[in-house]
Design a protein around this ligand. Structure first.
Ligand SMILES: [Zn+2]
Length: 75
């Protein structure tokens, strides 16, 4: 007998405050999406890991950054 009937735990996305179900199906928890996770990563990366010649990571270039990350050549 396992406790399957627990209500799902929800958390507020640290980036956009949207309610997110904390689930193993969400690899981006506690964020609501990969986008919010990367925005948050970009926020600290901008302070400590800024790459010369690269524009700051922001919402306008997240999609391009994601595409590069998916190809594995983000460095
Ligand atoms: Zn979010």
């Amino acid at each position: 007998m396992s406790q399957h009937d627990q209500r799902p735990l929800t958390v507020a996305c640290p980036q956009c405050q949207k309610k997110v179900v904390w689930s193993e199906k969400n690899p981006y928890r506690p964020f609501c999406s990969e986008r919010c996770k990367l925005i948050d990563l970009g926020a600290w990366a901008d302070e400590s890991h800024r790459i010369a010649g690269e524009p700051a990571l922001d919402e306008t270039n997240i999609d391009e950054w994601l595409a590069r990350a998916e190809r594995g050549d983000e460095r």
